[in-house]
Design a protein around this ligand. Structure first.
Ligand code: HAM
Length: 427
């Protein structure tokens, strides 16, 4: 029986692994450049953790199981609940504000499609205990900082920003009870991904009044904050939410990325825990799924039994990003850094193999990367092997110098050769 890889998973052969490392290394560098510190958690947690506040969509996509002790567990579909749990656990010991990043491997039982897999890597950055929307702006800025460092410009990507707080206030204003908001958000989040009629149909299932449905459809199409007062008369809460959003944009302008950012009422986010600014970065052409998404979630830590501490952050998957970078020509097999070798030790005579092994081990001991063929063969074959391993230098043992204690060291780029005493390496 031939066993296949599970649908929606990927095998990382060395070339694909090099691409993954290129992406992950970039995420780590951008995090550190922006002052975030790395953390990680376990890959499975109690099932309940995702049922509390992540929302129905995530719960439907869980890979969950019962362990031998009868505990209900789930493989992590996101790391935000783990982060909330970890921070709560040490809330009094951790210096605040907290700026943490992580690159977890996540699993979601989604229907695999372009940019959506069942197992993927996701860069997370989160800022905890900063009430000022400056933290929200920092999260958007850092996400853009990474994308810009890859060569993406405002012609390639756009950060669409909105506010759950504003949306909640407007929905309440038009008569939606607060208790209904949590079921409404995932529907509103689907709007850009489904046909207009299907969206209306979904709303009609939740809301009896057709005028209210019509109002929501209009609201979701608003392209500028200035148009909101035309739709509803602003109350204090809506005004406060609008002012807060304006402040996010003001910070982003000060940080010089305003041309990448625009308001979009249609950004709702599927996850249940967001409470304030929400955003997604999309390809400018709007052809792919979101490159990343996040926002403020001020109640998650207290929902998990901790104190009321504010939080904001985002997650960026590797799948859509890779598609976009390839489409833009910013990621080719040649542009990914390849693994190199400091020394390849070529042994031309079987009876000198022990010496080759000694030299190789000595080089490794000195901190160089060194490799050799496990069999002795002709120089041409050895050079081919050295090239395949991207060796910078090749040490040739045997051949004409078989009887001497000297070795040839060949620079693989220039072809230059020098004679060196074997003891140089063996001392
Ligand atoms: P999310 O919107 O569920 O948010 O995921 C964020 C990003 O992860 C997406 O924009 C996408 O790039 C990637 N992603 C999600 N699902 C898949 C999938 N099945 N295959 C490939 N990529 C995927 C969260 O996960 C939040 N926890 C982010 C966050 C952190 N919010 C605050 N802090």
């Amino acid at each position: 029986m031939k066993i296949q890889a599970v649908k929606g998973t990927r095998d990382f052969y060395p070339p694909q692994m090099a691409v993954r490392n290129f992406i992950v290394d970039g995420w780590k560098t951008a995090s550190i450049r922006n002052g975030f510190v790395e953390y990680d958690g376990p890959i499975f947690e109690h099932l309940q953790m995702y049922q509390i506040k992540s929302g129905e969509e995530i719960v439907e996509q869980l890979f969950n199981f019962e362990d031998r002790g009868g505990r209900h567990l789930a493989i992590r579909p996101e790391i935000t609940p783990t982060l909330a749990r970890m921070v709560n656990q040490q809330i009094n010991a951790l210096p605040r504000p907290i700026k943490w990043f992580s690159v977890p491997r996540l699993c979601r039982a989604e229907r695999p499609q372009k940019g959506r897999l069942r197992e993927f890597f996701q860069w997370n950055i989160d800022i905890i205990d900063v009430e000022d929307v400056l933290a929200d702006a920092e999260v958007v800025y850092c996400s853009l900082d990474y994308l810009r460092s890859l060569g993406l410009t405002r012609n390639d990507v756009v950060a669409k920003i909105s506010s759950r707080r504003l949306l909640a206030a407007v929905l309440k204003n038009i008569g939606i009870p607060e208790a209904r908001l949590d079921t409404l958000y995932p529907i509103l989040d689907k709007k850009p991904k489904i046909p207009a009629e299907a969206f209306v149909e979904m709303l009609e299932k939740e809301i009896d009044d057709s005028d209210t449905v019509g109002m929501i459809v209009k609201l979701m199409d608003v392209q500028s904050v200035d148009d909101i007062p035309d739709l509803v008369e602003l109350n204090d809460e809506e005004q406060a939410a609008l002012d807060e959003l304006a402040q996010v944009f003001a910070y982003l302008k000060q940080m010089g990325v305003e041309e990448y950012c625009r308001f979009d009422m249609g950004i709702v986010r599927g996850l249940a825990y967001y409470t304030g600014m929400v955003f997604e970065i999309h390809d400018a052409a709007g052809e792919l799924r979101a490159i990343c998404g996040g926002g403020r979630y001020d109640n998650l830590l207290s929902d998990f039994g901790g104190p009321k501490v504010t939080a904001t952050g985002m997650g960026m998957g590797d799948a859509v990003l890779e598609i976009l970078l390839r489409e833009k020509g910013l990621l080719t097999d040649e542009s990914v850094p390849v693994q190199t070798l400091d020394y390849f030790v070529a042994c031309l005579d079987a009876d000198l193999f022990g010496k080759a092994l000694k030299v190789t081990a000595a080089l490794r001991q000195q901190g160089h990367s060194a490799n050799l063929n496990y069999k002795t063969n002709a120089l041409k074959k050895q050079m081919k092997a050295a090239d395949a391993m991207n060796a910078a230098k090749c040490i040739i043992i045997g051949g004409e110098l078989k009887e001497s204690n000297q070795l040839v060291v060949k620079d693989m780029k220039t072809g230059e050769q020098e004679l060196i005493d074997a003891m140089t390496f063996l001392k």
